[in-house]
Design a protein around this ligand. Sequence first.
Ligand code: BES
Ligand code: MN
Ligand code: MN
Length: 455
Amino acid sequence: MQAVLNFIDNNREKYLQELKNFLKIESISSDPEKKSEMDRCADFIKEKFSELGLDKIQTLNRDGFQIVYAEKIIDHNKPTILFYGHYDVQPVDPIDLWKSPPFSGEIRDGKIWARGATDDKGQLLTHLKSVEAFLSTSTELPVNVKFVIEGEEEIGSPSLGKTIAAHKDLLACDAVVISDTSMYDDKTPSITYSLRGLAYFQIGITGPNRDLHSGTFGGAVMNPIQEMCDLLSGMKDKNGKITIPGFYDDVLKLTKAERDGFKKLKFSEKAYMKVLGVKELFGEKGFTTLERTGARPTLEINGIWGGFTGQGAKTVLPSKAYAKISMRLVPHQTPKKIEKLLKDYLKKAVPKSVTYSVEALHGGEPALTSIEGKAIQAAARAMKSTFGKTPVFTREGGSIPIVVEFGRLLKAPVVLMGFGLATENLHSPNEHFDLNNFHKGIHCSAAFMNEFIKQ
Ligand code: BES
Ligand code: MN
Ligand code: MN
C-alpha cells in the first residue's frame, strides 16, 4: 500500500495536468451548442480508462449523452466497488464575474479554477487516479472496480435510470462510491448520509389575449404578473413554512440524535452570513441553518418573467407571466406527490380572471443511506487516515437523484464520500477545487479500497 501512496505523491503534478486538460473541455450538458464538447469529454474519459488498462471500455446508452463504462475485474471472489461520477457541468453565466476564463483551469492560491472543478470532474478523477496508482505499481487491487461516468447529471440524469436497469448484471457490485458532495469544512471530512430530492416546475399565467395599453385597459382585467406574485406568495408564509396543503405530510422528522449531531458541528452563522454577504438569515422557523438546508424541505422561486423588462418605461398590461419554481424534498416526500399537491393548490387558488399551465421539468427522489455497514465504515476509516480526523456524518441539501436508483436497482449500499467544499462555488462563477483535497481525495480513494476488504 505504501508504494501506492508514494506513487500518488510522486505523480501529484502529472495528475494535476490531467485534471486541467479535463477541465478545458466545455461539457455543458444543457447547452445544445456544446454537443461535440460532450462527446469529446466522453472520449477523454475513455482514453483515460484505456491508459489505465481497464477492460470493457464502452458507452452504455444509445440515446442521450454518453454514459461511459470500464472495469477491472481481478478476481471474481473479491468484492466489487462501482465508482460513479458525472462529466457534465453547469453553464458558466454570468461570465464577466469569472476572474479567469471558466474553461482555462488556471491554478492560483492552491486551487484550480474552472467550471466543473469541484462538481464533479475534479472529484471523480480522484477514483481513476487511485486505481491508476495500484495498477502502475503492480500492487494488486484489493477489490474489483467498475466505473460509470455519465454526462447528464446536471439535467436530471434522464438516461441513467433506464441504463442501469438494462445493465444490472454488468453493473453488479458490493458498494457504490460517489464523490460529488462536500466536506463539512476544509479540515473536517464528511460522509453524507442524506441528500434532498427535487421537484421542479414551470408555471405560466395568461390574462388578456394580447399585451394591452395599461392606461386604456388598466383597472379592468387581472394582471397576470400580479396574479403570479399572489400565487407564489401564497405558497409560503412569513415563518418560512410552505403553505401548499399537505406539503409536509410525508416529511421524516429529525431524530433527537440527528439534531444533537447537527448541534455538535458548532456551525457559525456569523461566518456563514459574511461569506454570503447577507445581514440576516431567513428560513423555516424552529430549525437551525444546517437543519433547514440539509433536512427540511424548501421552495424556491428560480426565475420569474413576463411583461416589459427592457430599458426605460413602457406602459403595458402584459398578457403572460411565467415562473420557474423548485422544491427540495426530504425523505419520504416524492416528486410525484408534490406535483399533485401543487396542481391541487393551483386549481383552487387561480381565479377565473386568468388561465394557467403547469409543467413538471424534472424530479428526483430524496436519498437516505444507511450509516452502518461495511462500506460506510471503510469510508470512515479511509477518511480518518487520510485527513487525520474522524469524519462527521452530514445531511446535505443538494440532489443526486440517481443515488436512490443505484440502491434500488443494484441493491448495493451507496457511500457519499465527497472531497469538495460548499464554498467552492459550484454552479456559481469562479468555481474551484482545492488542490490539497484533490490530492488527498486520491489517497482516500485508494485507502477506501484497501479498508473495504478488512474486517
Ligand atoms: N453535486 C451536486 C449535488 C450536491 C451539491 C450534493 C451539493 C451535495 C452538496 C449535483 O451535481 C447537482 O448539482 N445536482 C442538481 C440536481 C438536479 C440538476 C437534478 C442539484 O442539486 O440542483
Ligand atoms: Mn455534482
Ligand atoms: Mn451540480
